[in-house]
Design a protein around this ligand. Sequence first.
Ligand code: TLP
Length: 344
Amino acid sequence: MRYIDLRSDTVTHPTPAMREAMYRAEVGDDVFGEDPTVRRLEEIAAERMGKEAALFVASGTMGNLVALLTHCGRGDEVILGDHSHTFIYEQGGMAALGGITPRPLPNQPDGTLRLEDIRAAIRSENVHFPRTRLVCLENTHNLCDGAPLTAEYTAAVANLARQHGLRVHLDGARIFNAAAALGCDVRDLVREVDSVMFCLSKGLCAPVGSVLCGSADFIYEARRARKVVGGGMRQAGILAAAGIVALEQMTGRLAEDHARAQRLAEGLAQIPGIAVGPVYTNIFYFWLDEGVSLSPQEFLYRLRELGVLVLGREDGRFRAVTHYWITDEDVETTLRAVRAVLSA
Ligand code: TLP
């Protein structure tokens, strides 16, 4: 049975063009800087982001960790959202491996942090305090309904950070989705940040990998941090080849995924018993009305029996994510399945 897998865009398989490019990839030892395909991916990525240099890493989690280890020293503090992926889902790696303290501030429903909250959280020079070093933002914001952060907002945060001698790192796992939703160039969204990580292996369909971008000096140090966390990857050109296809062929089509998410959400909202949150990009959340007698677990189980997978969250809500392998027909089949589960 083929499942309609809406749990995440991380479930995407490589496209035929990616498999072909992987097969043909020229490779070398990347720890010696000799893998031509990795170098090309890094050049293309830096160019797309408008940054001086880039570093291919194994995952988004590794990219964020390497960025934090590079920007901060032991005892430094990082301002970030209390709903951010880095704070919630990355095992506290910054503290565990880098001795860095997270300073979580309330994420607003649109994924932003209030400027006044950031300003108030920045530490003054005092022997009792850790030193605030970095602000982290997330675009699009996974837990905040996949909302995109605008270029203007990001610039305002960066401006505030600069006034206080802080740096800004952007978790741009889905930054191309943000650019598609806002109808702008991805460079506009990252121009003012010191570093940005984006993922090749989510909506862009590459099997593995993310890229960290920033100044040449920053990337030089980040390469050292990547090595010490075990990220020296040798003939990684096999993977980078798919990443190049991701950047060249997959970034221009993400609006299709957003339109399908919109269509799916509208269809769900019409089904009695279902409530749906806002839709900005390819991620949205929905849940069962109080009157529905099914538990979230039963709902997930029955939907799975009908061949549809969505992600269940601890709070009882569900997440649906559209991606390259979800068709218009899959959207209709999913709506039929949800109707069937709720009317049974
Ligand atoms: N997110 C995954 C899961 O970890 C929840 C998903 O299915 O959404 N930043 C953001 C904003 C992310 O959403 C993710 C992955 C990461 C970083 C980490 O990327 P990976 O999974 O490559 O380590």
